[in-house]
Write a protein that binds this ligand. Structure first.
Ligand SMILES: N[C@@H](CCC(=O)N[C@@H](CS)C(=O)NCC(=O)O)C(=O)O
Length: 260
């Protein structure tokens, strides 16, 4: 077995970076056996069934998925569609040459689809929906932007050094609107069906919970019970548990923004 694997773009990716996971189309369990998740040998050649995805590597534990909410969104989409995939861990603090050849912008996630490397989680989620329409994850257009201001208001509050500025209030206002939306339309953004908008928002809420808990000793108010229940439901979903970042990575990942 050679030390590198050739991918179609002509870029050689070290075999040690391939971390294959496989799920049969009928399986969804987490144990061993037919129809369940299998961890395959790291030296196995890429199966035609496996999609390749470049993900942020953990900064605290070797050979582990890191803390990128956009990457988790793509992995959640793959998991919810029961698509087998193989992760390539990218050290974003020391981007390898092969990665920069695939992504001149130097950003994860990247997904290889039909011999093309796609960037940007929006583009990737749409392309996956188009190529693998079942189970459908499309959010109806009039619901697609629900909750979409939460991430930016969370970051503004996290970065704020002035306790009397309006950043906490702005976040609370967005969270309250979303809580009220869920009360009337939930439990998910598209009622009973989990969809693309939830898979985009949930990793951001996960980062918000960990980062604000750590850096500001702040948590979502108990009064926002529909939101709290939404977070609990999605965070405990098998697809989420399998693709979530370590707390230590989330905390380390936001540190430069807090310190800046
Ligand atoms: N709009 C992009 C954002 C992707 C993004 O910002 N990824 C971050 C990691 S979470 C990244 O790769 N940053 C490059 C770097 O840190 O050098 C998407 O939705 O995929």
């Amino acid at each position: 077995m050679s030390a590198t694997s050739t991918v179609s773009a002509g870029v050689r990716i070290p075999t040690s970076l391939l971390r294959p996971y496989h799920i049969s189309r009928s399986g969804s369990g987490s144990g061993s056996g037919r129809g369940r998740w299998h961890r395959l040998s790291a030296t196995r050649a890429t199966s035609e069934l496996e999609l390749e995805v470049c993900v942020k590597a953990s900064t605290t534990v070797p050979d582990r998925l890191g803390d990128c909410p956009f990457t988790q969104r793509v992995l959640l989409t793959l998991e919810e569609k029961h698509l087998p995939y193989q992760m390539k861990f990218v050290d974003l603090s020391n981007k390898p040459h092969w990665f920069l050849q695939l992504s001149p912008e130097g950003k994860v996630p990247l997904l290889k689809l039909q011999d093309n490397w796609l960037s940007d989680s929006d583009v990737i989620a749409q392309a996956l929906e188009h190529k693998y329409p079942h189970p459908p994850l499309t959010t109806p257009p009039h619901k697609a932007s629900v909750g979409s201001n939460i991430f930016s208001t969370f970051i503004a509050f996290l970065k704020s050094k002035d306790p009397s500025d309006a950043t906490e209030q702005a976040l609370l206002s967005e969270l309250t609107s979303f809580n009220d939306y869920l009360k009337d339309n939930g439990p998910f953004i598209n009622a009973d069906t989990i969809s693309a908008a939830d898979l985009s928002l949930a990793p951001k809420l996960y980062h918000m919970e960990i980062a604000l808990g750590h850096y500001k000793n702040w948590s979502v108010p108990e009064s926002l019970s529909y939101l709290k229940n939404y977070m609990k439901t999605i965070f405990s979903r098998e697809s989420f548990v399998k693709t979530r970042a370590l707390h230590e990575d989330v905390i380390a990942g936001w540190r430069p923004k807090v310190m800046s």
